[in-house]
Design a binder for this molecule. Structure first.
Ligand code: F6R
Length: 612
């Protein structure tokens, strides 16, 4: 889960590469490095730490002779999230071969690297990484054609890789290959880019070629050649124009990307609603390629994801069960992929992933596809693996999500899946017209309700100031809001490092109640709904153990047992998760901010989990 960038062209190469990997730091930030070719020599610099540390320590020789706009430069850069070998200068990328003729940056895991290393006994290795084996294999296989050497090398690799390399032998070209790790070419006039993700290149272009598995090739400033291991021909890949812009990958005055993204949620919801709801009709156009006849027959839906995207799946379990009356199964992708699955016809499998690159989610998708079950992806990145591989894919139109903690993608996924649920419910006739319109009407109001919450966050800030010293939090809820308790606790633990658990409130007396004492803040979701009385009983149980109770409620809900009340706009119970998650995102954010945590890049985490 690293970020890689390559550039060939006449711009200031250091600026392009450094700006590129800064935008990829969400993918990893243990160490970083850069390599450029100048005067037929490789200049390489690597540090443990973030890109700004690498940038500020660049040796003088990197800057000399770089000012000319006449020459074409090539270079590569990397930001690392360690898998093989601890974060250290030796393990940081780029890596070179024995004679420093080739230099590589890589994202992925070479599973058979030890075996391959044994076969390269005459090569001098200087790191503990799996990556180094690739560059030594290329050195070994080089016989005058770098493309051939890459081809021979990737035939030997097991696992996942996206790599870019430059070489003294062909100093005006970038070379690349990909399998199971993302790699995108940014196309421009007399210059070209390559990176793990479009965000690294948006400043310069909005035209992209998404590479496919087993693609390899070369890029000069004026030409792109793509080959594929499975066929000898030069490959054609469509150019995708993405309507994201560079402003979207800036903080725009917000202290953190996470806060900016929390505030973008009303806009995300509006965009998704207005592009799919026309009067009373929900239209998905080309996104959904399934025929109505097929959707009508669906009697089981699988919902699969990881982390926050899994929480979306759990919310949708409750929503779909209610409006579709079919059996719903949810699972975490890393569990699903190893189950002894029973997959039957008339099942629809939905895979939810912001990045569209989460390894476990993709592996689960592939298993289901092998079993000929129709698959639907829900993702935020056009051209991602999920986007390309699922039979149909709903694009959640959130704009780039940079903060590692997912916020707007969560509400974006929910709104899309809610609309999709209503869309099938209409086809299957499992919902009355009134109920359909009632839910649709509440969905329309969600952006305004969230704006209302965001217009005054002072009370949530006060709560953060009161509770930021606590070491443990419990989040409780029931029914369709139970996954919101999970999501609230995940947000808190990942960005503030405070231990937090989300629990179904009714399950608390089967264990976690033992944890409760006067020092334990308990966040409980007690907004209007069919289970409110049950939630109140749980609230009493908590209060009688002296917990400090913070309740998410609506106007008019009173209880002496609530110590702190966050009053939210009242909505339909089924729609309430989309609203209720927002104050919990804010509470986590403000607590982490007071604690001075690195909110956008929490320790040990990476935005895109492309390894198992
Ligand atoms: C939590 C978070 C992660 C992701 C998870 C799945 O805030 O961001 O738990 O939700 O890694 O990522 P995607 O949705 O890209 O598959």
């Amino acid at each position: 889960m690293c970020g890689i960038v390559g550039y060939v062209g006449k711009r200031n190469i250091l600026e392009v590469l450094i700006s590129g990997i800064k935008h990829l730091e969400y993918r990893g930030y243990d160490s970083s490095g850069i390599a450029v070719l100048k005067n037929n020599k490789i200049f390489r610099h690597r540090v443990v730490g973030k890109v700004f540390q690498m940038e500020s320590s660049l040796p003088k020789e990197f800057f000399s002779n770089l000012k000319t706009t006449e020459s074409v430069y090539v270079g590569i850069a990397h930001t690392r999230w360690a898998t093989h070998g601890k974060p250290s200068e030796e393990n940081a990328h780029p890596h070179v071969d024995c004679n420093e003729n080739f230099v590589i940056v890589h994202n992925g895991i070479i599973e058979n690297f030890l075996e391959l290393k044994l076969k390269l006994k005459n090569h001098k290795f200087s790191s503990e990484t799996d990556t180094e084996v690739i560059i030594h294999l290329i050195e070994e296989n080089y016989n005058g054609s770098l493309l051939e050497a890459i081809k021979q090398t990737i035939k030997l690799l097991e696992g996942s890789y996206a790599f870019v390399l430059i070489s003294r032998y062909q100093p005006q070209k970038l070379f690349f290959a990909r399998k199971d790790s993302p790699l995108v070419i940014g196309v421009a006039e007399k210059e070209n880019f390559i990176a793990s993700d479009v965000t690294a290149m948006l400043k310069y272009t909005n035209k992209f070629l998404f590479l496919e598995n087993y693609d390899y090739g070369e890029i000069s400033f004026c030409e792109i050649k793509i080959f594929n291991l499975k066929s000898e021909n030069v490959q054609h890949r469509n150019i995708n124009v993405i309507n994201w812009n560079s402003q979207m990958v800036e903080k725009s005055g917000f202290k953190h990307f996470m806060l900016k993204e929390i505030y973008e949620q009303p806009q995300v919801l509006r965009e998704n609603i207005s592009s799919r709801v026309f009067g009373e009709k929900i239209i998905f156009n080309e996104e959904i390629k399934f025929k109505d006849q097929m959707l009508k027959k669906i009697d089981k839906i699988l919902l699969i994801g990881c982390g926050t995207s899994y929480h979306t799946a759990v919310v949708c379990k409750y929503f779909f069960e209610h409006i579709l009356r079919v059996s719903i199964e949810v699972d975490i992708a890393s569990e699903f992929r190893y189950r002894d699955l029973i997959l039957k016809k008339n099942t629809l499998a939905i895979f939810i992933s912001q990045s569209g690159e989460t390894a476990d989610t993709l592996a689960s998708l592939r298993i289901v596809k092998e079993n000929k079950i129709p698959t639907l992806g829900v993702c935020n990145v056009i051209g991602s693996s999920l986007y390309r591989e699922a039979d149909s894919c709903i694009y959640i139109k959130c704009g780039p999500e940079i903060g590692v903690a997912s916020t707007k993608a969560f509400t974006g996924q929910l709104i899309c899946l809610y609309l999709f649920g209503l869309y099938i419910a209409k086809i299957k006739q499992t919902i009355s017209s009134n109920r359909y319109l009632e839910i649709l009407n509440y969905l329309y109001k969600t952006p305004t309700y969230i704006e209302h919450i965001l217009s005054d966050t002072s009370y949530i800030k006060q709560l953060a100031e009161k509770f930021y010293t606590k070491r443990d939090f419990l989040y409780l809820a029931r029914g369709i809001n139970y996954p919101i308790a999970l999501e609230g606790s995940l947000k808190l633990k990942e960005i503030s490092y405070i231990h937090a658990e989300g629990y179904p409130a009714g399950e608390m007396k089967h264990g976690p109640i033992a944890l409760i004492d006067k020092d334990m803040p308990v966040v409980i979701i007690a907004t209007k709904g069919s289970l409110l009385q049950k939630v109140f009983s749980n609230l009493e149980e908590v209060k009688s153990r002296d917990a400090k109770v913070i309740a998410l409620t609506n106007y008019g809900i009173e209880s002496k047992s609530i110590d702190y009340k966050i009053v939210l706009p009242e909505t339909d119970e089924l729609v309430s998760p989309i609203i209720n998650v927002v104050p919990l995102q804010l509470l986590a954010y403000y607590i982490a901010d007071i604690l001075g945590c690195e909110i956008d890049q929490p320790r040990n985490l990476a935005k895109s989990v492309t390894v198992e």
